[in-house]
Design a protein around this ligand. Structure first.
Ligand code: FES
Length: 102
């Protein structure tokens, strides 16, 4: 391995894991994860925060699969949040803005 400087101050992970139909476990990817990430990216780009300040990346299962919603990881993996992608994307955006203030 060779260390590299990260070009971003913050990285937010959005679980986009999907499972086959009928799977017994929840899949965040079936609950709006991709659309939420797209919306966040668009808003952050418009505000000039996307790129050097923050990236929102899709990830596979973070192994805390909720019964509904989407799991997002903040604070370099220290914090996981269950997000309703239909109603709480603005809350995620507000949190990212706060993270980028420093
Ligand atoms: S499917 Fe999202 S945390 Fe497992």
């Amino acid at each position: 391995m060779k260390p590299m400087n990260s070009p971003f101050q913050e990285i937010v992970l959005v679980c986009d894991n999907t499972r086959p139909p009928g799977a017994p476990k929840h899949s965040c990817g079936d609950h709006g994860a991709r659309a939420m990430r797209k919306s966040l990216k668009k808003a952050l780009k418009a505000e000039g925060l996307w790129g050097e300040k923050v990236r929102v990346l899709m990830t596979s299962c973070l192994d805390v699969c909720p019964k509904e919603g989407v799991i997002c990881s903040f604070d370099r993996g220290e914090t996981l949040e269950l997000v309703d992608a239909d109603t709480e994307t603005d809350l995620v955006l507000a949190r990212i803005r706060e993270m980028c203030r420093d």
